[in-house]
Design a protein around this ligand. Structure first.
Ligand SMILES: Nc1ncnc2c1ncn2[C@@H]1O[C@H](COP(=O)(O)OP(=O)(O)OP(=O)(O)O)[C@@H](O)[C@H]1O
Length: 319
């Protein structure tokens, strides 16, 4: 089957002018590469996790894909078109949910925003009704669609944001931290919902890496504007990354000192890092067998490890 490209970038870059210092007479500027020479392709139906530390360039990249920002170098095509020139045309096929921003009308119930979107996107009434019913069911949202948005809980509002963003059945869905601040049950229901969208292309940014592993088929890591890792989640899962064990105890550590490399994190809280996968079991039994443990945590998110590793490689940085 022929591959359909939804997004293609080639050497895509965005430089901002940043104020370096304010001299007596004039400001001094330096060029700062928020996105630096990124080449990638995203195919139809891929679920991409776009990951990176704060300020690594995720939002800048998304804004160029949406045509909100003009690149300063390289090129980007969204639906095989220049996204700046064809911003309005592309918008008909894109749905966006920002965790930190709302597209719902604050004083009105969500249903009124959905109806407004029905008009904007010229959705036939029967098609609209069918989609609304399906999304409402999938997101378990029936009980609050007629309540003013300002009275909704955060979780209810986010579910309504999803319906508003998807009512025109977009091909490309951009999700920028859509689960920020949500409780674990609401998060899980949104994650399950996203997993049902197998016929959609998704770009999902989140600092919750376990969530990214659950929702996405591929992960892209940015660091200081550069693309430092692009792998399928299946490949990430296969990597043999080390584990960290964190524990809390009031005991004296002398019984296990010398056998393990233990780092004190704070009062009575310790960690053993970089444990190879075939050593995890032994290390755990040594700690739990010799000490009276109050709390123990095995940290093995492979993505978290990769993110830390790529962030430490500062040689990628160019201003
Ligand atoms: N309009 C602007 N002018 C100058 N610098 C900017 C502008 N917008 C963003 N930047 C800088 O570009 C860099 C990348 O910012 P961006 O918002 O793309 O990061 P991000 O990965 O989305 O971060 P976060 O996870 O914190 O949302 C940051 O250093 C930021 O200060």
């Amino acid at each position: 089957m022929e591959k359909i490209m939804i997004i293609e970038t080639n050497g895509l870059s965005k430089k901002y002018k940043k104020i370096k210092s304010k001299g007596l007479l004039k400001k001094e500027y330096i060029d700062y590469s928020a996105v630096n020479n990124i080449t990638l392709s995203i195919e139809k139906n891929e679920h991409i996790g776009l990951v990176g530390l704060n300020g690594s360039g995720k939002s800048t990249l998304i804004k160029m894909i949406l045509g909100i920002l003009q690149p300063t170098g390289g090129e980007v095509k969204t639906f095989d078109r220049d996204p700046v020139k064809f911003r309005q045309k592309n918008a008909m096929h894109i749905g966006i949910v920002f965790g930190q921003r709302s597209q719902l009308r604050w004083d009105l119930p969500p249903i009124d925003t959905f109806k407004l979107n029905r008009e904007i996107y010229r959705i036939p009434v029967d098609v609209y009704e069918e989609r609304l019913a399906r999304l409402t069911k999938l997101l378990d949202a029936a009980e609050f669609l007629y309540q003013p948005v300002r009275t909704l809980s955060l979780g209810q509002r986010m579910k309504a944001e999803f319906i508003a963003a998807l009512i025109h059945d977009p091909e490309l869905i951009i999700l920028d931290e859509p689960t920020i601040g949500l409780d674990v049950v609401t998060k899980n229901s949104i994650v399950s919902f996203l997993k049902t969208l197998t016929d959609k292309t998704i770009i999902f940014t989140s600092h919750d890496l376990e969530e990214v592993e659950k929702v996405c088929s591929r992960v892209i890591i940015l660091n200081r504007g550069k693309l430092v890792l692009d792998k399928s989640i299946a490949e990430v899962e296969k990597l043999d990354t080390p584990t960290t064990i964190k524990f809390t105890t009031q005991d004296d550590l002398s019984k296990i000192q010398g056998k393990l490399e233990i780092r004190k994190v704070s009062d009575s809280s310790y960690e053993v890092a970089d444990i190879a996968s075939d050593e995890v079991k032994n290390t755990l039994s040594l700690i739990t067998g010799q000490l009276d443990i109050q709390h123990i945590e095995v940290k093995r998110s492979k993505l978290e490890y990769l993110l830390e590793q790529t962030a430490e490689r500062r040689d990628n940085f160019e201003s």
